[in-house]
Design a protein around this ligand. Structure first.
Ligand code: FES
Length: 489
């Protein structure tokens, strides 16, 4: 186990979010080493490492369930995954005891050496008695060693277990770190972690995801059409979309930074579903071809052209971690050709042309500051994408969401927000009525931000509503000039 743990690894070992761990470190004014912390510091914060009640082990159970059919089709020499997991858990307990005994033995050896050196300095007539006292002390200590089980050893064993089910990947030069689980490709795992790794087709054709393995071992998931030269292969280049990690990895990979624009793309996508959300909104779900995903940042928009020639500029309402299955929130507008076609379901299974992405209403994803989100109407589309990205990167110590109208209460979107609030300890959701005034809304904002010394605020909705809320919030002490605002709908 390394002496220094990255924040992600430490949070996972403690079974808490990165945001929660960062908050504890800041609150207790503890010192880290360039973002890494020592095992002792982690144990000071979380002295009782619980090997059983661990969200990661839940994940392991899920991976095991997913793996079952694949392993059943293997050569037959592998034990059933259930049996394998049981044996691994037994092995984990043996590991804790063995490591504890080793830790105690190390300490005992050092102590005995000190005692013997002290005995050597004693006068000749007391030498024998002092050495006998050392031997008695040693015997007693050795009996204790056999029963020893310490927190460091538990942490060590847990780290080994986590390494068996997930590999840790560090990207250079950014230093971003994420975990790869199951049989995901390196690219899939990076996208699921909310990173903007360069890619194009995600199927081994374009070479855009080419990256260099600095350390660690990878395994090819599939053959790919894109050809890496002999020299590139010798230098350790691989395709992130076609390889998985079989050990912890350090790789050099290109990523789009917060300020950098993603390439302009033109992609055809098929309408999969149109789901009404109350009377005046609909959730449009489209899917791109297998070989073409849309790269975008949470909070961005695309222009969409339907087969009947009608167009719309829409914010993407889904997470950038899935560039194939995209969601949009469309408002009912009488006389608007695109909206009419959508609400009459005339465009189901039709092909849409997506162009973009556009826009700079994106998440400050390097910040651990609490984030507050405020949305109304179709403004919930970019806010939903930002919230999903914030949950994915797990950086923020607190998330607050106010969705005016709830879109509407009991709808699929309202239920989604309530499920976030149920599942995440650091997430608070509130859905005031559609006709909530700016004054009432600012009161809610004051309540939502009470106790937060600083926070990033993202607000999206109709232009007049934005103006009314910011005009009301300024005199109440909010620094509205620092708010991230987006007019929508
Ligand atoms: S994304 Fe195209 S080859 Fe990997």
């Amino acid at each position: 186990m390394p002496k220094l743990l990255s924040l992600s690894r430490a949070a996972r070992l403690a079974g808490v979010s990165r945001g929660e761990l960062q908050k504890r470190i800041r609150e207790e004014d503890l010192q880290t080493f360039e973002g890494e912390l020592t095992v002792d510091l982690l144990l000071r914060l979380y002295p009782h490492i619980d090997l059983e009640a661990d969200p990661m082990l839940e994940k392991i159970r899920r991976i095991r369930a997913e793996a079952k059919p694949k392993i059943h089709h293997s050569d037959g020499w592998m034990p059933d995954p259930g049996i394998l997991m049981t044996r691994l858990k037994e092995f984990q307990h043996v590991l804790v005891q063995t490591k504890s005994a080793l830790n105690s033995s190390d300490a005992l050896l050092e102590e005995t050496l000190g005692d013997l050196n002290a005995a050597l300095d004693s006068p000749e007539d007391q030498l024998r008695n002092n050495i006998l006292a050392c031997i008695t002390k040693l015997k007693r200590a050795m009996q204790r060693v056999e029963r020893a089980e310490d927190a460091r050893a538990a942490l060590f064993a847990k780290d080994i277990m986590l390494k068996i089910v997930s590999a840790s990947i560090r990207l250079l030069p950014s230093g971003h770190e994420f975990f790869l689980e199951g049989s995901d490709s390196i690219l899939e795992a990076g996208l699921k972690a909310g990173l903007y790794i360069d890619y194009g087709c995600s199927s081994g054709n374009c070479g855009a995801c080419k990256c260099k393995v600095v350390s660690g071992a990878v395994r090819k998931l599939r053959n790919h059409d894109f050809v890496l030269s002999g020299r590139e292969q010798e230098e350790g280049y691989i395709l992130a979309c076609s390889n998985t990690a079989i050990s912890d990895l350090v790789i050099e990979a290109r990523e789009a930074g917060a300020e950098e624009a993603l390439p302009h793309q033109k992609i055809r996508a098929t309408v999969r579903k149109i789901e009404p959300v109350g009377e005046s909104l609909a959730l449009l779900q489209v899917q791109t071809p297998r070989t073409q995903s849309l790269r975008f940042k949470a909070g961005q928009s695309v222009s969409i052209t339907a087969e009947n020639g009608s167009c719309a500029e829409l914010f993407i309402a889904s997470c950038p971690c899935d560039g194939r299955n995209l969601q949009f929130l469309v408002a009912r507008k009488q006389g608007d050709v695109f909206s009419d076609a959508l609400f009459s379901s005339a465009i189901v299974r039709q092909t849409l042309v997506l162009e973009g992405p556009e826009g700079g209403f994106v998440l400050r994803d390097d910040s651990s500051t609490p984030a507050v989100f405020l949305a109304k109407g179709t403004g919930f589309a970019p806010i939903k994408s930002l919230v999903e990205q914030a949950i994915t990167i797990d950086n923020s110590e607190a998330l607050r969401l106010i969705q005016v109208g709830g879109n509407p209460p009991g709808s699929v979107l309202d239920n989604l927000c309530r499920s976030w609030s149920d599942c995440l300890d650091n997430f608070v959701y509130c859905a005031p009525a559609e006709d909530c005034s700016a004054t009432e809304l600012v009161q809610l904002l004051l309540q939502a931000t009470a106790g937060l010394h600083r926070f990033d605020l993202y607000i999206a909705g109709p232009r007049e509503w934005l103006a009314a809320v910011t005009a009301e919030a300024g005199p109440k002490g909010f620094d509205t000039a620092s708010w991230y605002c987006q007019a929508a709908g």
